[in-house]
Design a protein around this ligand. Sequence first.
Ligand code: SAM
Ligand code: SF4
Length: 327
Amino acid sequence: MLIDDFGRKVTYLRLSVTDRCDLRCIYCMSENMTFVPRSQLLTLEELVRVGRAFIGLGVKKIRITGGEPLTRRNILSLFQALGEEPGLEELTLTTNGTLLPRFARQLRAAGVRRVNISLDTLDEERFRRFTRTGELARTLAGIDAALEAGFERVKINAVVLDGHNQDEVVRLVAFALERGMDISFIEEMPLGLMESRDREAHYCSSDRILEELQRHYTLVPTTENTGGPARYHRIAGSGTRVGFISPHSHNFCDSCNRVRLTAEGRLLLCLGQEHSMDLRRVLRANPADDEPLRRAIVAAMRQKPRGHEFDLSAPTVLLRHMNATGG
Ligand code: SAM
Ligand code: SF4
């Protein structure tokens, strides 16, 4: 069992398998992003070792993320290996959806029951601008593929920025509702330096989104949660839940149950702080023995900070971008 110094049980690992992506979202990557050299990424075997070590220490849920996880070569083998671990209750994926037409069925067969797909806009031109390179139709095809593959839950995640897509929140909810999906709205987090944008000027609070939605839907607050920081409302008369992930307006650190592993094997103890432990060094120094790895993970819990200190009005202090953090 992993417990930190504030008595919080850590039962959830977000495992980043690459910092690369086929898109370049404006809030996630800077224009001239450089990526980790491949030799510094954990191998798939190392990722399996880490996953198993965490499961052995009581972690019940692993989310595979990145970068875009489905761009990593042979990534299915990781899902298959972790999906077979009896101690793991939930294996999930966060993806931009572009490769789901190819992978959705195999992911379902490997034991993935829930998928989060990022979609910030339903407007083609905007989608291209937000992602710098992307095509909306590819993500929409990925959503269709996920629905057809029979996942128990498909959820849309949308980062909302004022002056960019705050005028689309009702349309995005209608899109989710028509398809029986959940949707979460996320306040942008100040990770990585962004050359061309003033984050405070584009901040859009969850409360503002909720007010806008209440003009169109009856939203019933629920205490249901999916083990994460989202606060949920159910749309009356439907199965669709609308979640709000609000690091600025509703701090959720007191109930934090998670840690993140970057693609290069750095264990991050908090999304909004630099406290970390290099697990790649431990893995490579002990190729045939996982006991030192388990000891390092237990020791890292002593470093888990009480919470983040995001401040949109201050200069960005965390230079790592979301794609490197494992969003
Ligand atoms: N490529 C996958 C995707 O887009 O879903 C997985 C990785 S992505 C970094 C995970 C999530 O982080 C996405 O929903 C994305 O919108 C979100 N994200 C990226 N940068 C963010 C930021 N600065 N603040 C809040 N969320 C962010
Ligand atoms: Fe890629 Fe996801 Fe980051 Fe967009 S948010 S650039 S899809 S990793």
